[in-house]
Structures are given as C-alpha cells and as structure tokens.
Design a protein around this ligand. Structure first.
Ligand code: MN
Length: 298
C-alpha cells in the first residue's frame, strides 16, 4: 500500500471508555433519570455537551396529577429534549409552549434566561403509559450566552431519515449532517446529533470529525464498537478526538444516540440550572432570576 492510498483511509477513533450511569434520581416528581453526563468518568471532556439524562423508560399509571418539574430557570446553554415514548408538555416565560411526543425533539435555547415548566402532557397522564426520553444540555459559546432565548420544535416529520442500506437500519439526523443529509436543528457551534436504529447482525460506519468530542449512548440493545468492545444498554461510550471512523455492529436491535461536537474551549462556571464562564456571572444569574428578570410563566 503506497502512502497515497493510506492517507485516503480515515483513521479509526479510539474508544476512550465505556461508562454506566453516575447516578439515578428523580427530576421533579415526574422524571426518573439515569445521569450519564457529567457522571462517572464523563465530564468536561465531552464539551459542548454538559449533561445527558436518560429518562425512563418507565410505565406511569393513569393520574389526574400534573407530574413533572414546575417553574424553574435556565441561563447560558440549550436544553434538548428527545422523546421516544410518551408526551411532555412545555411552557415558558417567552410565551412559547407545546407538546412533544415520540420522535419529536424540543431544542430550547435558554441563552440570557428563560423560566419554564416541563410536565407530563395532560391526556398522556390521564391515560397513563410508557415514558422514555433524553435531555441533553448543550453549552453556548461565551459570545451567545446572553443572546435572546429561542425555541425550536422539531417534530418527527421534520427530521430526515437516512436508510443505512442492506436492511441495516436507519439514522435520523437531528442536527448537523450525515452522508450529505442535513438535520433541521439550528446550533451555535458545530454539533452532529443522530438517532440511530441498527438491526441485530448488521453494522454501519460513522464518520465523526477529527477534533470533535464524540460519544454514543445506547438506549436499547448492544453494539460492538470498532470490531471489539461491547457497549450495552444504558451505557455511554466516549471516543478520542483523533481520527474520524467509528464502526458499530449490533448484536441485538439497537437504539443509539450519537453525539459529536466541536469543543468550546472556554472556562465553565456551573451552578444548578445556570452555566456561565465566571463565578460573577453565576451570581448575576441568581440575582436576575430572583429579581424576576428572566420572566415568569403567565
Ligand atoms: Mn428545564
């Protein structure tokens, strides 16, 4: 093999580690989550991704109560909610609101500040059912932390699906690009976010940019990564920045979230629902929230 041929073959990304949930807890009274980021072994090396909570899957009995998380603020980043089962209703201080169900994604840019509630949708709650989703927090570059909040509802039909070919499965492009197909989410730094469904006995290859931080989170099933290491249900696998190629082979039907983003190399000051660059900015965020400057729900 001459040098020319070798350089045409993208290098394989190293698998840095496979991690289980760092903790399991309730968010409000309606969202039982397993926390993957920041968690056992996965922290700021996955910038721009700040948090990944795996919600459920959990079967809820019928109720007339409004389970979930009541009015609370966010500043300095984006919350991305991806639904697999069940329905969640959202309402915020900008007057936006809506319901997301299976296949839908809510991409909320809190930026300078938003106050919102996240609840089980009323009819879903009354009927009861299976709830499963992911909430991801994506950091904002310093230049955008105090920009105006915005809200993108990406319904199932807006998210393009790429057939992997040969019966291997399909990949939905939520953000970024896969094999030339672009996802609908507008982001403030380069991010690829895919919902991958890989059939048992099949494999596929991803090309994730060199220099980006990348991971896969397996919701269901099991995959062998780069021909060897197994990643099981509710585990997150973290890749090194070098190389581009990741090969995945499903040993069972697998549902996988693929995350890849350009690192935001800026200081992080973090306190609960606020993620800024300095401690002074955190103090300001708390003051602004307490003074009502992030608004209220009407
Ligand atoms: Mn929230």
């Amino acid at each position: 093999m001459n040098h020319h041929t070798m350089s045409a073959v993208a290098a394989t990304k190293d698998l840095v580690g496979v991690y289980q949930a760092g903790s399991q807890h309730m968010v409000g009274d309606g969202f039982p989550v397993r926390n993957m980021i920041p968690g056992a072994g996965v922290d700021e090396q996955l910038s721009p991704f700040l948090l990944l909570d795996y919600l459920g899957p959990e079967q809820f009995p019928p109720t007339n109560r409004r389970l979930g998380v009541g009015e609370h603020p966010h500043r300095g980043f984006e919350t991305v909610t991806i639904m697999y089962h069940g329905k969640v209703a959202h309402r915020d201080s900008t007057g936006s609101g809506g319901v997301i169900g299976p296949g839908d994604v809510q991409w909320m840019t809190a930026a300078s500040g938003i106050v919102h509630e996240e609840l089980h949708e009323k009819e879903f709650a009354e009927q009861g059912g299976l709830l499963e989703g992911i909430q991801l927090w994506v950091n904002l570059p310093k230049a955008f932390k105090m920009s105006a909040p915005r809200y993108q509802t990406l319904v199932n039909d807006d998210i393009p699906t790429v057939d992997l070919g040969g019966g291997a499965g399909r990949l939905r492009v939520i953000a970024g690009e896969f094999r030339g197909i672009k996802g609908p989410a507008k982001t403030f730094s380069p991010v690829h976010l895919y919902d991958l469904r890989l059939k048992a006995g099949h494999h596929t290859e991803l090309s994730l940019p060199e220099g980006f931080n990348s991971a896969i989170f397996v919701l269901h099933g099991q995959v062998a990564v780069n021909g060897s290491q197994a990643v099981k249900e509710a585990e997150i696998a973290l890749f090194g920045q070098r190389g581009e190629r990741v090969s995945l082979a499903a040993t069972n039907d697998a549902i996988i979230l693929v995350l890849s983003g350009e690192p935001i190399s800026e200081p992080i000051a973090r306190y609960g629902p606020f993620v800024m660059n300095t401690r002074d900015e955190i103090i300001q965020a708390v003051e602004d929230y307490q003074a009502g400057r992030m608004g209220h729900l009407s």
